[in-house]
Design a protein around this ligand. Structure first.
Ligand code: GLN
Length: 330
């Protein structure tokens, strides 16, 4: 267990980062979902959950917001469970596309979307979630997400889903194109509804950090002890977060922050530091890539402050020493 004094040190550092980045201006903000982005512009929450169950939360950590693209991670994990790695890989790749999240580009050499973290690949992953009908598929997704968060009441926000279904030509277009190319099979309305239902599940920053911690903990929720995903799939999921999780800014993120992560256009970011902890941030102001401005800035500095980059010199890892007291002092 994290020592209470050390927990307090981390809490104070997080408060300081939250204070500093909470006032960063939104000069670059691009809003893909205006009602959310404008109404909630000033919200800013950051929460961390250690694999031993220690929790940190600063700011607006109990405000609910739709997962949007953050859901892609967890739906992909379920597709892997339902069909296994080889079959999923045949249908969706793991290469960064370098293009925006909603771009209409495909891995033509392999006749599949580039990766499951952009819309094309996420739609294919959603179509691979087993279920008798749409309701059954969505029910299985919700059930899984409940296990990741430990919240038995987690659910799809119907108003968010309806709004997305009504403004969805691009995803439908992508599906028709993919089906015509043989990359996607089955009913398109059903696939789109399953995908957008997952996007419309609402969480808090605190819950998001537990979802991250569950992946960091090999698939077992550290607060409830319940398994959300088989250990054998965690590596594939976290790898694709590292290479493709931050849209067309994924390479910069990997270099500067170096923590597997996934963002969504409602302003959430989930980070997974394997064997250590999960982080959830929420701030709706977005940059040109569709990533949360404050979330990205905070994560960058957090990674530097605590030496969290997965390839950082272990001697620089303050958090590593706190989370694993056996490590030598740097
Ligand atoms: N629901 C959104 C969409 O498919 C998710 C996009 C995102 O978060 N980047 O357009």
């Amino acid at each position: 267990m994290v020592d209470p004094t050390e927990r307090q040190i981390v809490q104070e550092q997080l408060e300081e980062l939250h204070r500093r980045h909470g006032s960063s201006p939104f000069d670059d903000v691009v809003s893909y979902y205006p009602p959310e982005a404008e109404a909630d512009r000033d919200l800013f929450g950051v929460a961390g959950t250690n694999v031993d169950g220690t929790c940190w939360s600063i700011g607006d950590c109990s405000v609910r917001f739709p997962l949007h693209s953050v859901s892609k991670v967890f739906t992909y994990a379920l597709a892997l469970e339902d069909h296994g790695r080889a079959e999923v890989m045949r249908n969706v790749g793991v290469e960064p596309s370098g293009d925006p999240f909603n771009s209409i580009t495909f891995d033509e050499a392999n006749n599949r979307p580039y990766n499951p973290m952009i819309n094309a690949g996420a739609l294919v992953a959603a179509s691979l979630v087993d279920g008798f009908d749409t309701r059954d598929q969505v029910g299985r997704i919700v059930d899984r997400y409940r296990r990741y968060t430990g919240n038995p009441d987690l659910d799809v926000d119907r108003a968010v889903l309806d709004e997305q279904l009504a403004n969805n030509d691009r995803n439908i277009g992508l599906c028709y194109l993919m089906r015509s190319l043989g990359m996607l099979h089955g009913d398109i309305d059903r696939t789109v509804e399953v995908y957008l239902s997952a996007c419309s599940i609402t969480v808090t920053a605190a819950e998001l950090s537990v979802m991250g911690a569950t992946l960091a903990n090999g698939g077992v929720n550290p607060l409830t002890g319940e398994r959300a995903v088989e250990r054998s799939h965690v590596r594939d999921v976290v790898s694709v977060m590292m290479s493709c999780g931050m849209y067309d800014a994924a390479g910069t993120w990997a270099t500067e922050v170096g923590i597997p992560a996934k963002s969504g256009v409602s302003g959430g970011i989930v980070c997974v530091l394997p064997e250590y902890f999960g982080l959830g941030t929420y701030s709706p102001g977005l940059d040109v890539h569709g990533n949360s401005v404050r979330g990205v800035n905070l994560c960058r500095e957090l990674s530097e402050t605590f030496g969290l980059h997965v390839f950082a010199d272990p001697a620089e890892s303050v958090f590593g020493r706190i989370a694993q007291p056996g490590l030598p002092e740097g």
